[in-house]
Design a protein around this ligand. Structure first.
Ligand SMILES: [Mn+2]
Length: 452
């Protein structure tokens, strides 16, 4: 694939962004704290470093009014916003400095004044076919062709936003094919078996979450014994027969658990090995994600920009958070913690955090596959809400970006995101009212579809 496969309007926006940056000595970068946001910021940081620019990177957990005010009061004459910003274009327009926004969230409007690139502007789906890191990467290669070596980071961002699940599409294809041609990414066949030392991985892996096995020492020993696989085996050392026996047993257990065909196919997805990082894109994304979640995004940025000590620390943070996530899931998998409403199901994550990640696991492995899952952390004055759906729910008319936007607004909060995964915040005391409203909104969305 060559540049001509990208829309010419996008190329002109990106080259304008590159020109703007070349005209400044110092650039302030703002990004999101998840794996996509951290890879996007690392890519931009590397590109700025190579261009001899001074820069500063600030990471936000989400873009709300309070953080928007911080951005608006920046003394910097040039600002780059990655993996955030789509909802605030009108406010960026009013800023007097140069503003570049590289985002992929739901488009609320274009801009004359802000140098803004979003896949949705070009008929490319920002939920599946171009993420924050993709847009940051396209900007980086517009700055300098040498930045192609940052493609593995973009791939980790793509994996972080789960845009690799159904294969590469849209702008991601451009990044992927160019990186494969350059030997920077090597696709590997998929498997239900977690990568790494099997016993250890089964103890902390939640994708798949195998009921009675994952996080359960006895269960793991029994599964490995039934499959005739020694406990100290590593994924890469499995014989073909061991691999077939083990993946068959895992598949049977997941089917008994009620896991959808959609999810099983997703689990057997292609993995993307990154030779320069000696790991795969999903694992790198998990390392960086854990840094953001544990309030150490700077470690993630350091790791993303290639610092070996930061990468080591990121791996340790990842191990810790995967253990905590497993504990959170085991608590939810007791049959009572997930509360069923007419059109949605929800759980309280106030004591554990990890709201979004728990939401994804509940949706795939524990909850009712027909209802969107909502997780609410109301441990502070302001509650954080996450929601996850499935592609088959979207086909029935459900749109969680709209449901979160409308539901949060109905109780004086703010929300948004993607149709399949969205979130927001509102005053914790409004929790029950919010749930009642979202239940009604999702009900209306389903009715709208069946009526049309
Ligand atoms: Mn993103």
């Amino acid at each position: 694939m060559v540049d001509s496969d990208l829309p010419s309007k996008l190329l002109s926006i990106l080259s304008k962004a590159a020109d703007i940056v070349r005209g400044h000595n110092f650039i302030q970068v703002y990004s999101h704290y998840d794996a996509d946001g951290i890879t996007a910021a690392s890519i931009v940081g590397k590109a700025l470093h190579r261009a001899g620019k001074e820069y500063r990177i600030t990471i936000f957990p989400t873009l709300i009014d309070e953080f928007m005010q911080i951005i608006e009061s920046t003394p910097s004459e040039c600002v780059i916003v990655t993996d955030l910003g789509a909802s605030y274009i009108d406010r960026f327009e009013k800023m007097t400095c140069d503003v570049i926004v590289l985002d992929h969230h739901t488009l609320r409007g274009d801009s004359e004044k802000v140098c803004y690139a979003n896949p949705h502007m070009f008929g490319v789906d920002g939920m599946t076919s171009g993420c924050g890191a993709t847009m940051a990467f396209l900007f980086a290669i517009a700055m300098d062709e040498r930045n192609w070596d940052l493609a593995p980071l973009a791939m980790a961002g793509i994996a972080g936003d789960r845009q690799h699940l159904n294969g590469m599409s849209g702008f991601n294809t451009f990044v992927f094919e160019g990186a494969v041609d350059r030997g920077l990414i090597k696709p590997m066949p998929g498997s239900l078996i977690p990568v790494g030392r099997l016993y250890d991985e089964l103890l902390i892996s939640t994708d798949p979450y195998i009921r009675g096995v994952s996080g359960n020492r006895e269960g793991i020993s029994r599964l490995l014994k039934d499959a005739g696989v020694p406990e100290d085996r590593d994924y890469v050392d499995l014989t073909e027969e061991e691999s077939i026996r083990l993946s068959s047993l895992i598949a049977i257990r997941l089917i008994q658990q009620g896991v959808s065909r959609e999810k099983l196919e997703e689990l057997a997805r292609t993995k993307y090995y990154l030779p320069g990082w000696n790991t795969d894109a999903e694992s790198l994304s998990s390392f960086l994600n854990s840094c953001g979640r544990q309030n150490m995004p700077s470690v993630g940025i350091g790791a993303g920009m290639g610092d070996p000590d930061c990468l080591k620390q990121a791996k340790e943070l990842d191990n810790t958070s995967r253990k905590q996530l497993m504990e959170g899931i085991k608590v939810l998998d007791n049959g009572e913690s997930i509360i069923q409403m007419e059109n949605i199901q929800w759980f309280d994550s106030s004591s554990t955090g990890f709201t979004g990640m728990l939401c994804g696991t509940v949706m795939s492995y524990i909850g009712d596959p027909d209802k969107p899952t909502i997780g609410i952390n109301a441990s502070d004055e302001n509650a954080n809400v996450s929601s996850r759906g499935t592609f088959s729910q979207l086909a029935k008319g459900i749109d969680l970006a709209e449901a979160m936007k409308e539901g949060c607004a109905s109780v004086g909060g703010e929300g948004g995101g993607h149709k399949i995964a969205a979130g927001g915040s509102f005053k914790s005391e409004k929790r029950d009212e919010f749930l009642k409203n979202v239940d009604a909104i999702v009900g209306r969305q389903k009715q709208g579809k069946s009526a049309s």
